[in-house]
Design a protein around this ligand. Sequence first.
Ligand SMILES: Cc1ncc(COP(=O)(O)O)c(C=O)c1O
Length: 459
Amino acid sequence: MSKLRLAEGLVGVSEVSIPIGNSKESKESPGSTWPKDLIALEPGETAWDMVLKKIKELSDSDCRDAFMVADLGVLASRHQVFCQALPRVLPFYAVKCNSSPWVLRVLAALGTSFDCASQGELEQVLDLGVAPSRILYANPCKPVSHIRFAALHGVKLLVFDSEEELIKVAQHHPGARLVLRLWTQDSDSIFPLSSKFGARLEVCERLLKSARDLGLAVVGTSFHVGSRCQTPHNFMKAIADCRRVFEMGSRIGHDMSLLDIGGGFPGEEGSDPEFEEVAGVVNAALAQNFPEGSGIEIIAEPGRFYATSVCMTAVNIIAKKAVLEPGGHRKLLYYLNDGHYGTFRVFPREPEPRMPIVVKELCPKPPLFPCTLFGPTCDAFDKLFLKEVQLPELDVGDWLVFPFMGAYTSVMSSTFNGFSPTSICHAVGPELRCLGEEEREWAVSSSHQDLNLLRGVGG
Ligand SMILES: Cc1ncc(COP(=O)(O)O)c(C=O)c1O
């Protein structure tokens, strides 16, 4: 058994190891213990090179199945950017966003904590050996059996936003440390959440008193400005609201010590607003409402920010039709081997379609046509995007690659119409390096000792 170790100093969490198999045997060698879905990039090789290599391999065969490549090294750099931009905030990665075991293993080793939404996610993270104290059960509306599971396994931090939830928790997890989720203005976020979750300020006092009367401890507040938040100022308002609820809670007798600023951070570099702008607003709001030295622990639940740029999806054109529109305009329908019921489930909810990279040698400025991209099933709603995209004339067997496919993609895949979920290859980039047998000693910094429990995973 050998491990991956993060390049020292890269993320400020030095000497963290992840077991992966025997590094002395190359991935090509017979009997290699490298997991089949984990591939080491050669020096100088990138995940994009791997995509092209795999496309070439598949194109030489009859099987041109869609596939994803996940670059685990990207996670390390996203973590570094997050921690540098928000130095007072501890990330609790939102597992729902991309729950690939390799993603979770790398993040656990980097020292992030986890936001789980269900018993299934709690089990997945606990099975990696992550300490229950590094888990937040952040779904405000939980099945009783999942609450009992959390209680049984020592997961104490639970989010709530209603009286009914308090009653369930009092009965099934009286030792919980509760976090009150507040309603936020999120109507201009691409994926708003406030119609479903969050207590309005007017009801917070009643909820805090009910918790006290039920003998429950409320330790802080949380909010979520909606995924792909477009208005950084919404963080400012939400953090100011949290401050008011902290004061309320303290007056009522709760020991308010935890502020959770949720997710909503942009996923792609160069997005509008940029992450740096959002982080600037958050830091200013924290300084104003929860100044350094106030003794408050500040956490966040980023998902998209970490996962978006980790994955690329390569899809193949399995069928094609050309139609003439009234007026003689040519339109193309491309049928792809991944779609709405696979990794593209959330994209019809985005305002604009994503542009793929065409993997084909074309003349310098090929004519473009309005194209509808359909998935492989028999459902006419199985389109990648609601709008058409402008693409050149392509053929059955050609490949398209979509970058930035790590967030809310493979986690949502189904087997509708009998199509298998797109397979994922995990690439180990230059930020992660392989250690030999002789370096078996775990060198885990004292603050991350519980990572020792990862020993034995993945070999
Ligand atoms: C409770 C909770 N936390 C965190 C997240 C992650 O949000 P994002 O991917 O925008 O960072 C979500 C997304 O839906 C969520 O519902």
